[in-house]
Design a protein around this ligand. Structure first.
Ligand code: AMP
Length: 283
């Protein structure tokens, strides 16, 4: 069956009702779809009869000096991907349709929204949770799929559904990587060849940390830091925003004697591009 494109909330309502019986899975995206997004859609299909993909570059989650206006927009190609992957509905609203001109109320990500990634992007997670809650209310999915690539976002969405009793199951999808380890991202298309070589240090640092999991938190962080410090001397240099070893559910840094699961998360700028990556380790 052909994919239905819903360009505003009213059209989405009709398309959603036309799906009839069966479970619905939602895959929220900002478009510029790549293999990582495809893997989310495939996982969504395992959990539901119909998959709805949203394609919306959400202005609320970008800071004033971030890349909202130059974020890649490749809607025709995105639509082909959705067709190939058997998506039922693509919801691609405009910002004007999504946000009422007199809107007042939004979701607060709380203290957890101000740590790690949130410390570098004030208001980012409030914007993410607000649009995700709106998408949940509009699509009313049984299941929603999110990538482990955005680990803090995933943790906050789980937190929101628990705290606000949102009736949707959250499914996490593993991070899809290039053969050399670079995590796929819509922003990778900004990278020059030299940028890309430097950017490889992110996943190499995480792997170096993971290889020292037996050594405990200090050993993990030291091993990852050594790789990042070396990359700070590359051309172009890797400019580190943060490297943390945190509780995957709360994103609070783990203590020095922590054992069990922890997420090693990194964010850095390479050239004009800001990249994030993470790995979940068992210490
Ligand atoms: P985005 O379009 O970047 O907002 O991402 C939409 C969804 O795709 C989010 O749930 C991301 O975590 C997920 N995603 C992004 N990159 C990857 C990747 N390399 N592997 C798996 N999922 C990803």
């Amino acid at each position: 069956m052909d994919v239905t494109v819903a360009a505003d909330r009213a059209a989405l309502g009709k398309a959603r009702d036309a799906l009839g019986a069966g479970r619905i899975a939602l895959v929220p995206t900002m478009g510029a779809l790549h293999e990582g997004h495809r893997s989310l859609v495939r996982l969504a299909r395992e959990h539901a009869d119909h998959v709805v993909v949203s394609v919306f570059v959400n202005p609320l989650q970008f800071g004033p000096h971030e890349d909202f206006s130059r974020y890649p927009r490749t809607f025709d190609a995105d639509l082909r991907v959705c067709e190939e992957e058997g998506v039922s509905v693509v919801f691609a609203p405009s910002a004007e349709d999504m946000y009422l001109p007199d809107r007042q109320v939004q979701v607060s990500a709380g203290g957890m929204g101000g740590t790690a990634e949130g410390a570098f992007r004030p208001g980012h997670f409030d914007g993410v949770l607000t649009v995700v809650l709106k998408l949940f209310n509009l699509v009313r999915p049984d299941v929603a799929v999110f990538g482990q690539k955005d680990a803090q976002q995933l943790a906050l969405i789980r937190r929101m559904t628990a705290d606000l009793d949102v009736p949707v199951s959250i499914v996490a999808a593993p991070t899809v990587r290039e053969p050399d380890g670079l995590a796929l991202s819509s922003r990778n298309r900004y990278l020059s060849e030299a940028d890309r070589r430097t950017a490889l240090a992110l996943s190499r640092a995480l792997s170096a940390g993971a290889a020292r999991a037996q050594a405990g938190p200090a050993g993990v962080l030291d091993a990852a830091k050594a790789v990042l410090e070396e990359a700070a001397r590359f051309a172009p240099p890797l400019l580190l925003d943060y490297l943390i070893l945190a509780d995957p559910a709360t994103f609070a840094p783990v203590g020095g004697d922590h054992r069990g699961e922890a997420v090693l998360a990194v964010a850095a700028k390479v050239g004009a591009t800001r990249l994030i990556d993470n790995m979940v380790l068992t210490l």
